[in-house]
Design a protein around this ligand. Sequence first.
Ligand code: PMP
Length: 359
Amino acid sequence: MSRPYNFCAGPAVLPEAVLERAAAEMLDWHGTGMSFMEMSHRSADVVATVEAAEAGLRRLLGISDEFAVLFAQGGASSQFAAVPLNLGAGAKPFSYANTGQWSAKAMAEARRYGDVVEVAAASKELPRAIPAQNAWLSADDSAYLHFTPNETIDGIEFHWMPETAAPIVADMSSTLLSRPIAVDDFDVIYAGAQKNIGPAGLVILIVRRELYGRAMSACPSMMNWEVIDKAGSMLNTPPTYSIYLAGLVFDWLESQGGLPAMAQRNLKKATSLYSAIDTSEFYGNPVAVSDRSWMNVPFTLADAELDKLFLANADAAGLLNLKGHRSVGGMRASIYNAIPQAAVDTLIDFMQDFERQHG
Ligand code: PMP
């Protein structure tokens, strides 16, 4: 069966080899006669599988023991509250770089728990850009600085690391595992799984253990990183099947050459798509070249009246989910790890054909 190319921002395409393995193991996981999702989370097999998934992620990202790796639930959005609840015990304000719609949501949630300072904001004028750090307010005296390395909706990405004396918290939902990162530069990383990791609902957390003890007393146990860590991510019944699937994705990434190989592929995909957009009079991208996302590429047509036809023709050509977010319109191609170069090349050919016919 040939599958269409799925450019959805999330839940997003997963590697076909992973889905095939999960299908093969569905009814009888490793000779147990049970599906993995039917097995007790306290069983040796499930505990070992969760531990193996953690070990796989640690190898991929080079995560030291100074950091906990946690599997939690509630999507990345639950961490919008969990971040201030875990780090807000002192009287310090919470600092946010507001570079797009997900930063704004994180910031709005944090306001429920304390004073929020917007230390920087991406420009609204086109091309949209992230201000250089010398134009930011200082976050040094804050409980933490939160930023969103990749804005999934806006297609804006940091290609540099902010610096501050405060702990640095990053929502890496749509960029984690797209390339190697220096985990030590961060204090807390969280990511909803449904882009480069696995099924929606699961959240991966990488937390510097030194930060334990700063939780507000109102922090629910289910959101408390230290408590989750002590329980080995099994404070309650964890999303075992999602963790198992994430583990298969981590194995697949290792088999492909790990994150350096992903970085090469992802840069090539993004470069070819942006170059097709930039060399055309018909397509446009609203983001400054230096701040463009490798993973989410928004683009507009010269005439928005043609959007519907573009999408219908793309669908018919097996290029799915190219509609931009409802709040921004236009198109968006999400080109995560599991999207091959062939998908991007096919999209580019389709765009050029469409331009010849309608441009
Ligand atoms: N942050 C970012 C950067 C995202 O892209 C998303 C989802 N698209 C979220 C947070 C919210 O994730 P969830 O739906 O898992 O809560």
